[in-house]
Design a protein around this ligand. Structure first.
Ligand code: NAP
Length: 336
């Protein structure tokens, strides 16, 4: 079967095509014929890290969807032909997060991912694809959508009448916006592009701020919300956005700490958080259980992921370059 492998000596692309043996499922495992995979910002970081070695031969990407192709003898819940998506953490099925789940992230330093024709996973690491979604659409869900869902809805309790701030118009941000719109919450979007802000408006955002033209976007948010601020914030930027996020949060509000778009290790001034009785919710994606709950919501509200562009298997380096350019609106997908 065809796959891509990471390599440290493959030039700037660091992505090499490989022909490898088709894997066989064990007793409690399922083999999936992947139909699509999507890219996330973390895959750019992993591609970068591949340059330092230690990732040679790893299959990249964590987000994939396809069709069950073979099942082990003990598997009861899946049948050949079922449409499924793989969860981000193979081992986080339900219950609270445990540090030990980290090495079970697909397409990571420790585990192969989904940029391959077939993958074998435990039967417990899969969710059914909602009927209204194609495999290309479902492949956008495991990381970006589950992260936004787990942070905003499961942990953040986002609901009607709340005000959500999302930063940029990438994958996590647009899922957050779509959840807010479906729940009847008001949405604020900050973006580098007026054209993207227009598209965010069409998805239900009502306060639109260009962070290039308005670097003091926290001041603009306070003005636009009559001094109230945002009850929920998807903190995607890190050091470059954190202080402004804290200055944008409403009394009793929640900052969902997720992203590293401007780097790692924010050192924010937390004083205002105390005075506003506000909260920080740290999130690493979510569990299979979160994924399944989110899929029920997607089906109930007929939500379709926003897909920017679909690439072919031969165009994977171009797909990475497109994500790297930051010109995308929503998700970048590879059709397998
Ligand atoms: N903790 C977790 O479990 C978890 C899970 C998923 C993702 N993440 C993190 O969340 C972040 C977003 O991931 P993603 O995959 O959705 O990324 P993405 O699709 O690549 O989105 C990138 C977009 O972010 C916006 N952006 C960049 N710099 C910004 C800034 N300084 N201020 C505001 N917006 C900015 C830009 O939008 P515009 O062009 O509109 O300006 C850019 O196009 C990443 O840091 C990723 O590592 C964390």
């Amino acid at each position: 079967m065809k796959a891509y492998h990471l390599h440290d000596d493959a030039g700037v692309g660091r992505l090499v095509r490989a022909d490898v043996a088709k894997p066989e499922p064990g007793k409690s495992e399922v083999r999936i014929r992947l139909e699509a995979a999507s890219l996330n910002y973390r895959d750019l970081l992993i591609l970068d890290a591949a340059g330092q070695g230690g990732l040679n031969g790893r299959v990249p990407l964590c987000d994939g969807a396809g069709v069950v192709d073979a099942v082990g003898s003990d598997v009861m819940q899946w049948r050949v032909g079922d449409r499924v998506a793989a969860a981000y953490f193979r081992d986080w099925v339900s219950g609270p997060f445990k540090r030990g789940y980290i090495p079970s992230a697909l397409g990571s330093r420790t585990l192969d991912g989904v940029l391959t024709e077939y993958i074998v996973l435990p039967a417990t690491a899969l969710v059914a694809v909602p009927k209204h979604l194609t495999s290309v659409e479902a492949a956008t869900l495991p990381c970006a959508a589950v992260t936004a869902w787990h942070g905003l809805v499961t942990r953040g309790g986002l609901s009607k009448g709340d005000t959500l701030l999302v930063q940029g118009t990438g994958g996590v941000a647009l899922f957050g916006l779509q959840f807010a719109a479906a729940l009847g919450a008001r949405a604020i979007v900050i973006s580098s592009s007026n054209a993207k802000l227009d598209r965010a408006k069409a998805l239900g955002a009502s306060i639109l701020i260009n962070y290039r033209d308005t670097p003091d976007w926290d001041v603009a948010i306070m003005k636009a919300t009559d001094g109230q601020g945002a009850s929920h914030i998807l903190e995607l930027g890190g050091p470059g956005t954190y202080d402004r996020s804290i200055r944008s949060v409403a009394s009793g509000g929640k900052i969902v700490q997720i992203g590293v778009l401007t780097g790692f290790g924010p050192k924010p001034d937390l004083a205002r958080l105390q005075w506003e009785n506000a909260n920080i919710i740290g999130v690493t994606v979510g569990s299979v259980e979160h994924f399944a709950a989110m899929n029920r919501f997607l089906a109930e509200h007929a939500i379709h992921p926003i897909i920017d562009r679909i690439y072919g298997f031969d165009e994977v380096p171009e797909a990475y370059a497109h994500l790297q350019s930051g010109s995308h609106f929503g998700k970048v997908v590879v059709e397998l």
